[in-house]
Each structure stands twice: as C-alpha cells, then as structure tokens.
Ligand binder design. Structure first.
Ligand code: SF4
Length: 349
C-alpha cells in the first residue's frame, strides 16, 4: 500500500511521531519483538469510549438522515433507530468489558482502551450514552434540522449521506497534478453534503466532541479537504463559478462553525498536505512513497509531553518498547517538543 494522508493521520503525526509509527507501521515491529508487535496491533484496534461515542452518533445521524431524505422519519421509525442504537452500543460495551486483553485476536479486534487499561467506566458509559440521545433529540428539534428538511423537500437538489460502513475506495482522492503528491493516497469523505439547483455546495461535518473556542466563521482543515475533494472532480479552477459552504455542527450544543470556502482555503489545505507528506516521506526508506516502508522505529521520536502520553492508547506498548530498547542499548532519535495538536477523541466532553 502506498503512503496515505488523511486528517486523522496528520493529527497523529503532529501529536507524536512514535504514535504515528505505532498506528501506521506496527506490523514492522515483528522485526523487533513478536510480543511487542502483537501488543501494538492490539492497541491499534482499540477505541477510547469517547471516540466510540463519536462513531456511534455518526451512525445514528446517518440512519436518521436517510429516513428524513425519504420522508419516512415518523416518530415510530425514529424510535426504532434509537432503540437499535442503544442495543448495539450495550452489546459492544459488554463485549469490550468481558474481553481478555492479554493477546491479539485478529478475528475480534474491537475493544475499548479504558477496559484494556482496567478502568471501570460504567458510569461514564451510561452518562455518555444518555447525553448522546439528548443531543440527538435536540438536533431533531433544531433550526438546522428544519433547514436540512427544506433541502430534502426540493427534489432537484442532490444529496450525499455517508454510509455507516466505510467505503475506503470512495474516500480516496488521487492528486495527479502535484508531483509531491503523485503516488500518495489522500482520504476524505464528508458526512453529508448537498448540491442545490443553484449550484451551491453545502457540506455538513457533524462533531460529537467538545465545542472549540474559535470564531464562528472559521473553516476547519476537515471542511477544506472535503471541499478540495469536491473540486478535484469538477476542477479547482471552477471555484469562482460555485458557492461552496462548509459547516461543522457540534451536536452537543448545536453550535455551527464555518462559512464560504475560498480558493485560499483550498490552497492552504493543499500546502498542508504537501508539508505533512514531506514529514511522512522523511520516515521512509529511500523516501519511497510507493513502497511505503518505514525506517526502524527508533527513528520515530517520542513526544516529551507527558500529558499526551497519559492519554495515549499506545502507552503500555510504548513503555514495553522502552524497556526493550534499554536492555538492548538501542538509542532513539531525540524527543520532540510539545505542540498544541490534540486528538479530538482524547478530551471530548
Ligand atoms: S505513549 Fe507518549 S511517546 Fe509513546 S506513543 Fe504515546 S504519545 Fe508517543
């Protein structure tokens, strides 16, 4: 598989290079130590409870938008999708809680990070689940939902609603006109977008996390890459003929951030991908993006920000690797300084 870039990969890359190694190249640890490799694979497939909440509310919203688009969103149907949401969440939670985390089972990868580390999160789970349902009900009665229903009412509008199951092929963008990105797979998929009959593109990105402290008109990198993806299909030069608007909707508070996406926003995201890919390439043997083989793990420095480590899924395996390095006198590249990039799922409520 060639080198790939996505917003989440970029966030991990800037969070900690070692975490980037664990999440992208853990298989290569077999050359170091088989047990450490299986622990890394185990950790890589875990989700924090907050990350799982985010994924599940996305699924519920996707179910709801499909009903709403087809005008079959009766109270009974909404009740049905809510019940199925609770049932699935409870089943998954039980599986995670009862799971043996000693070994990696490729047929049963799912588990919650907190259970892996032995925390009791029953109260967090119950409260979080109820909060998600409250947010969903709030959304149903919101002005934003009313507006979306108006779009659905116009049969000449076109809609895209992300499916619950990820389709990685459809997420892929190939950027052939930029030499640095020629062989890199860029992944992005908006949750929901609308093309109106006036050639307006409206992108909605649903957020389940903590509401950020930023200006209402700020365009996130995620919205920029979604707009970039749309324009890749119809030609970036066409941006002046279109109106592309992007909004992040925070389900917890229904705060809305975003506005019209400009040519500068698209250039900004293009530059960000180019600069991230340059960092990613520096971690590869011969900087070969097609082969995408990493340098040895000791070339991926650890962060020296302990707060990041205390929130990291890979903490346990990272410590095991440290012990292994000490025993075998292996030196790591210098630790990197703190920066302000945190993963949304780390501090969502
Ligand atoms: S525990 Fe700390 S140093 Fe290790 S991968 Fe995680 S963030 Fe990086």
């Amino acid at each position: 598989m060639p080198l790939s870039w996505s917003i989440s990969k970029s966030t991990i890359l800037h969070y900690c290079s070692k975490k980037y190694y664990f999440s992208s190249y853990s298989n290569y640890l077999k050359e170091v130590d088989k047990w450490i490799r299986t622990q890394a694979l185990l950790a890589k497939n875990l989700k924090s409870i907050y990350m799982r909440f985010g994924e599940k509310i996305h699924d519920l919203m996707s179910d709801y938008l499909h009903l709403s688009k087809d005008w079959i969103d009766s109270p009974e149907k909404i009740d049905e999708i809510k019940k199925s949401f609770i049932l699935q969440m409870d089943q998954e939670y039980k599986i995670s809680k009862n799971k043996e985390y000693a070994n990696y089972d490729p047929n049963m990868k799912f588990g919650l990070t907190e259970h892996y580390y032995g925390y009791n999160i029953d109260d967090i789970y119950e409260n979080g689940k109820n909060k998600l349902l409250e947010s969903f009900d709030k959304f149903l009665n919101s002005e934003i939902n009313k507006k979306i229903k108006e779009y659905f009412a116009d049969k000449s509008n076109i809609f895209f609603i992300e499916a619950k199951e990820k389709d990685f092929e459809s997420m892929k963008i190939q950027i052939k006109n930029i030499p640095e990105l020629m062989w890199v797979d860029v992944y992005a998929q908006p949750d929901f977008w609308i093309i109106t009959n006036n050639k307006e593109y409206i992108i909605y990105d649903r957020k389940s996390g903590k509401v950020p402290n930023k200006s209402n008109e700020e365009i996130s990198n995620q919205l920029k890459i979604y707009a970039y993806k749309i324009l890749q299909k119809i030609g970036i030069e066409n941006i002046n003929k279109l109106n592309i608007e992007g909004f992040e909707i925070y389900l917890k508070s229904l705060d809305k951030f975003g506005w019209t996406i400009s040519k500068k926003d698209l250039k900004d995201i293009e530059q960000k991908i180019i600069s991230d890919v340059a960092i990613q390439k520096a971690f590869l043997i011969d900087q070969d993006v097609e082969k995408n083989q990493p340098l040895k793990n000791e070339h991926f420095p650890r962060t020296n920000d302990l707060q990041k480590c205390s929130n990291c899924t890979f903490y346990k395996v990272c410590e095991e690797l440290k012990k292994f390095e000490k025993t075998n006198n292996i030196e790591n590249s210098n630790a990197t300084g703190s920066n302000d990039e945190y993963l949304e799922e780390d501090f969502p409520f």
